[in-house]
Design a protein around this ligand. Sequence first.
Ligand code: SAM
Length: 372
Amino acid sequence: MSDAGSEQVGRIVTRPVSAHLERAVSERYSAAAVRTEPGLCCPVDYDPRYLEVIPKDVLERDYGCGDPVRYVREGESVLDLGSGAGKVCFIAAQIVGRHGQVLGVDVNDDMLALARAASREIADRIGYRNVTFAKARIEDLALDVEFVDRHLRRHPVTSVRDLADLEELAEQLRRDSPLVPDASVDVVISNCVLNLVATDRKRSMFTELARVLRPGGRAVISDIVSSVEVPEALRGDAHLWSGCYSGAMEEEHFLDAFRRAGLVGVRVLKREDRPWETVADVQFRSVTVEAFKPVSLPRLDGSLAALYRGPFETATLDTGGVLRRGQFVGLCQADLAAVLTGAYRDQVVLRDSVAVVALPDGSGCDVTPGCC
Ligand SMILES: C[S@@+](CC[C@H](N)C(=O)[O-])C[C@H]1O[C@@H](n2cnc3c(N)ncnc32)[C@H](O)[C@@H]1O
């Protein structure tokens, strides 16, 4: 936090959103779980093969704005942030197959009830069960909110002392039995949810997203971004906020937030040319962004250098290191971890035999010329 309740997200300074906006989100999605709300739907073409086993009431409650699940692969463990009625989780379940795992997280009881009911039916249809749903805020993925709900039914908070005890319990749960442990997920996906998180919690949301990814894992996020910073007047509008407009981050700051959380190789996989909507001259459009958690490396001694293949003259890594086309330049440890991660890997040639690096995907990599 910088000053009096404001926080730096990307390069903008934002003020906390008031509780009434969070309540508006909760009420709107509870209603939208019971009855389809067309105003929340943004047409997306999913692979029709995967829709056949999904019940109609789930398909009708499609409140996404992109298709992050098409980037998921067989055998992966997937976390879906803000899973809603569960459609994206059920598609992911079929892509990852019986050896993969899918966890959908949502804070809304009505959405969770819908998703859990469908989950049993889908398991019968596909012949295995690899999807679970949990209640949590995506900005606090360590805390199992259902556990806290049960505790509160037995021990309601009626005094400041009770409140302190509750806070202590929450801390203990996060520490000793985190709902989503550190480095436990291959790929974090999300479809039209990050914008709904309160402005003063967006930073922790990105930090949590990075925390739960295993080294070398990736995030693939579809969300709504704005063409300019959303004006204060729109930010206070509960209907526009819960409708996925007012909480949208300005596009450049959205991309930069992944880098600030320590992820690298941030790139836009899909960007809608046409805005989904324009409100008060602010364009709101859907983007799908990919970002990687750097691989973890043993401490390496000696000089490391990488040559950039091009096509640009220079390339700046998300760690700040600058690569030059056709020229070996020295790398620090963080730069090396970055260039061995995700989409960067094919862009460089490494020089200087220093060590054998065991990459988390099991492909050992001898750091010798031309190896990676
Ligand atoms: C626009 S809907 C998208 C649902 C789903 N991803 C889909 O594609 O249909 C947003 C969902 O995010 C959930 N949500 C909003 N804020 C949340 C938060 N802070 N933590 C967890 N879930 C949240 C809502 O309950 C709702 O189910």
